[in-house]
Design a binder for this molecule. Structure first.
Ligand code: ZN
Length: 274
């Protein structure tokens, strides 16, 4: 019996290795591994996004909607090479107490109305959205789901694989969980390394889209100022790394980001023909 169990465990690990895929994170070039299928994550993310639309009131504020659409579309164009299969959708949710935004695989982006208390211009909005889109481009949720599968004891996974279901056991609930959105609006972020990576990728994305990367620092400062004296900091801030650590990294990346920004404005400025 133990031998049989061992055989199945070994077969499970083998299947796991066969289904696992290495990939390179855009911009940072970090090597990462995913044990879940991109297609399945995108499918379940889209289902999870539909659930969010049912759970929260979609905002009717024309100004907010136009701003998010305008900035979102420009970012989507700039990240096309890194997120080619996305079917972009930008939705504003009427949750004034929530200073946050999120993006899901498949190109589903949500912005809570509370964020507009903080972002003062398109560049600042672009900075927040670019950070969220960076999590998608880096497939951070794949990594989190893969780790959960490994921790839960290949049991679930091995069972799934042995039954020929592969990653099919993924549900929209599990995916919402992995995005940190299942507990409702008190979204939790990724770990410190992934948040820093999203900041790194995000500042380059916003710059490529023609938004001033210097505004990324101002957003963090405004968020910090707004959260002082509040019992709970906004979700966007409630994760590690600390704000000074985030700002220091952004300052380090600034020369590169400003160069990308200058290049993008050269491309976008219409050339006057004499
Ligand atoms: Zn984040």
């Amino acid at each position: 019996m133990r031998l049989v169990a061992r055989f199945f465990a070994l077969a499970g690990v083998l299947s796991l290795l066969l289904t696992a895929g290495c990939y390179q994170v855009p911009v940072t070039g970090r090597s990462a591994m995913s044990m879940v299928s991109d297609k399945e994550v995108a499918k379940q993310s889209m289902a999870a996004f539909e659930e969010m639309k049912k759970k929260y009131t979609v905002s009717r504020n024309k100004d907010f909607k136009e701003r998010v659409q305008r900035v979102g579309e420009r970012l989507a164009k700039a990240v096309f090479g890194d997120v080619p299969d996305a079917d972009w959708e930008f939705v504003v949710f009427e949750v004034p107490q929530q200073v946050n935004a999120f993006a899901m695989a498949g190109g589903k982006v949500g912005v809570f109305t509370g964020l507009f208390k903080i972002v003062k211009n398109d560049d600042q909005l672009a900075s927040v959205l670019a950070h969220e889109i960076a999590h998608v481009a880096a497939r951070h949720v794949n990594e989190r789901l893969s780790r959960q599968m490994a921790v839960k004891g290949g049991g679930l996974l091995v069972g799934g694989v042995m039954a020929g279901r592969g990653a099919g056991y993924l549900t929209s609930g599990a995916v919402l969980d992995a995005y940190g959105l299942s507990t409702g609006i008190t979204a939790v972020g990724f770990d410190r390394k992934k948040e820093k990576e999203a900041d790194h990728i995000g500042i380059m994305y916003m710059a490529r889209a023609g938004y001033n990367p210097e505004e990324s620092i101002r957003v963090i400062e405004s968020l910090e100022a707004a959260s002082t004296g509040q019992p709970l900091p906004p979700a966007w801030l409630s994760t590690h790394p600390s704000n000074p650590e985030r700002i220091l990294q952004l300052m380090d990346l600034m020369p590169k980001a400003l160069e990308a920004y200058r290049q993008s404005s050269r491309i976008q400025t219409p050339v006057l023909v004499k």
